[in-house]
Design a protein around this ligand. Sequence first.
Ligand SMILES: Cc1cc2nc3c(=O)[nH]c(=O)nc-3n(C[C@H](O)[C@H](O)[C@H](O)COP(=O)(O)OP(=O)(O)OC[C@H]3O[C@@H](n4cnc5c(N)ncnc54)[C@H](O)[C@@H]3O)c2cc1C
Length: 319
Amino acid sequence: MSVVVFAEQWEGKFKKTTFEAVSYGRRVADMLGVPTVAVVIGSLDEDAAQLATYGANKVVHFNASSLNSFDSSAFASALKEVAVSEEAQTVILSGTSNGKSVVPSLAIQWGAAPITNVAALPDSVDPMTVKRGAFSSKGFVTYTAHEQKTVLSFIPNAIGVAEFPGEAIVEEGSGAAEARVQVKGVDRATGSVPLPEAELVVSGGRGLKGPENWGMIEELAELLGAGTACSKPVSDMHWRPHSEHVGQTGIAINPNLYIAVGISGAIQHLAGVSNSKVIVVINSDAEAPFFKAADYGVVGDAFSVLPQLTEAVKRFKQG
Ligand SMILES: Cc1cc2nc3c(=O)[nH]c(=O)nc-3n(C[C@H](O)[C@H](O)[C@H](O)COP(=O)(O)OP(=O)(O)OC[C@H]3O[C@@H](n4cnc5c(N)ncnc54)[C@H](O)[C@@H]3O)c2cc1C
């Protein structure tokens, strides 16, 4: 028996949420009284054994060159191989883009009950009972699985990283299906913090009037080391690239701080940002719906408030 964790890596390096996944898996494994087995797929520039720090007792590394490109079905088959050989009861994944696309394939291949969008540690592991975000994260529901085998994917940054003493053995994995897609090339956004992983995000809406005013957003984001985001109309009007569009039809993010400037706070926008730990809203309309979801709000003109905020951050950073 064991708990198996997908230890996702990107270009040979572990993501922060991988450590969160392993430590979540370890906490579930402790509830079950079984070991934690982390599964790494693709070539790695880092030491796989470091996953012991986050609770892995064993790491299985699939290093075949055919698995260097992401393929949800092949990755699911690697995880299934380990789940079967370790007689696992649960497989844990972080709800990243890749994690989300592996879950259904793994659940089918392994014959398990999938529970996505998990927001907390299980209330019980037998049967698996766990709280998950629902209705575009406007509420929570508690699911109980009727299958013994479960696949859980959690909301990145919702659980937190924990460290555990101990060491892990690293074994080579085998038996995964060949990838059926081949990546021919990658176009990447450069010069900014990748939005899905950003811990701080500065975001602009139609209240900023036009793309020529985005320098204010970018200056504050650069000072804070934050990612930049926008509302849907802003990307629809090509003021900003679609890769920055957050919300129900865009990217869902979970940063520690989300600063929304000139965004009304429509329900479709909130669907993608309401998991942020702290929300700051700057809007000239005191009745803007976003203020209801805000931890801090400034009623004022973005063209006056934002430069003042940027100056205040500069002064703070200069000590
Ligand atoms: C099926 C569907 C899916 C959708 N998916 C998404 C989605 O994923 N993401 C998304 O964002 N939207 C989505 N939308 C659109 C959503 O309903 C809203 O229309 C959109 O979020 C509004 O964008 P906005 O807040 O930038 O613009 P607006 O609604 O025009 O709001 C602009 C805000 O700026 C404020 N403002 C104006 N001037 C200033 C100033 N000088 N200083 C400060 N504040 C100022 C105004 O008071 C206002 O609150 C979706 C809609 C549908 C129907």
